[in-house]
Design a protein around this ligand. Structure first.
Ligand code: HEC
Ligand SMILES: [Cu+2]
Length: 288
């Protein structure tokens, strides 16, 4: 039995690695390999999409620049999930912190993203266009701020998108490892991007946080008076037992240098401190 939802064919659902298959709708016996595997990772409060065959990772955050009067208020994202039409796509659902549910009504059933588990869904999208959804599992203060936008494009467009992403990743890596001294303006511009993508969901674009759960970085000791080494340490290693994750493996030296510089100078923090990638590199090796 194939369940069709207009433009989309949902092929089959479930296979919890944990065993206990809840409900198997269909075609689980269809063993045709996927043409594309997307790992969908839910976190407080953003989605990360891992295109496993192509080694591309994108982070999708709420687009905060949309006014309340617009139709897409709270429904748009900075980076959409781009997918090709007429392709067997397997989604693997998981989460880094609490339960989330990646739910795009036209694309698949609600599927819980559970930390430590992987759930599986399949789809073939037949029509190009935009498909919207949202997190369907209450996951904390930012639950309403993790919309989902999928853009289905032709196979040709998709291939071009993949090439573009790969080129950009190679260029970013080369740039981050180059032994260059960055100016304050460059670091601030980079830092703002990194901050809005990786940190803003909790510490907020205003730097005011959401106390008491998420501390303000505007005027905080860490970002103004403390040693740069302490500031770098909490970003690289996180704070175990709290929602402050270790960013060392997820951000490169340039990104960490830039976001640290940004936090020390944005929102009136104005310390004048600059952090260069070389200092981040040194801080990483002190840790070992
Ligand atoms: C999922 C939520 C979350 C995200 C995303 C997050 N943080 Fe945090 N951050 C926290 C929490 C919670 C604390 C407080 C930890 C504690 O209890 O000391 C914290 C603390 C901090 C502190 C110390 C502030 C102080 O005064 O205690 C800094 C600096 C910081 N984070 C920087 C960052 C940077 C840079 C990023 C992005 C690369 C980031 N955080 C992303 C949750 C988050
Ligand atoms: Cu969620």
């Amino acid at each position: 039995m194939v369940l069709g939802f207009g433009a989309v064919v949902v092929l089959g659902i479930d296979l919890s690695i944990a065993g206990k298959a809840t409900k198997v709708f269909s075609l689980v016996e269809d063993t045709t390999p996927p043409e594309l595997t997307l790992k969908v990772i839910g976190s407080q409060w953003k989605w990360t999409y891992d295109y496993m065959e192509d080694d591309i990772q994108i982070v999708s955050n709420l687009d905060r620049d949309i006014a309340e009067s617009e139709d897409t208020y709270l429904r748009d994202v900075d980076n959409k999930m781009i997918l090709p039409v007429d392709t067997r796509i397997r989604f693997l659902h998981t989460a880094t912190d609490v339960l989330h549910a990646w739910w795009v009504p036209a694309l698949a059933y609600k599927k819980d993203a559970i930390p430590g588990y992987i759930n599986e869904t399949w789809a073939i999208i037949e029509k190009e266009g935009i498909y919207r959804g949202q997190c369907a599992e209450i996951c904390g203060t930012g639950h309403a701020f993790m919309p989902i936008v999928v853009e289905a494009v032709s196979k040709e467009k998709y291939a071009a998108w993949v090439d573009g992403k790969k080129e950009a990743a190679t260029a970013a890596l080369a740039e981050a490892s180059a032994d260059k001294t960055w100016s304050m303006d460059e670091l601030m511009a980079r830092g703002e991007q990194v901050y809005n993508t990786a940190c803003g969901a909790c510490h907020q674009p205003t730097g005011l946080g959401l106390p008491p759960a998420f501390p303000a970085l505007k005027g905080s000791a860490f970002t103004t008076t403390s040693e740069i080494s302490a500031h770098l340490d909490i970003i690289i290693n996180g704070k175990p037992g709290t929602a402050m994750a270790a960013w060392g493996a997820q951000l490169n030296d340039l990104e960490i240098a830039a976001v640290t510089t940004y936090e020390r100078n944005a929102w009136g923090n104005d310390t004048g401190d600059m952090v260069q990638p070389a200092e981040v590199k040194a801080a990483r090796s002190n840790n070992k």
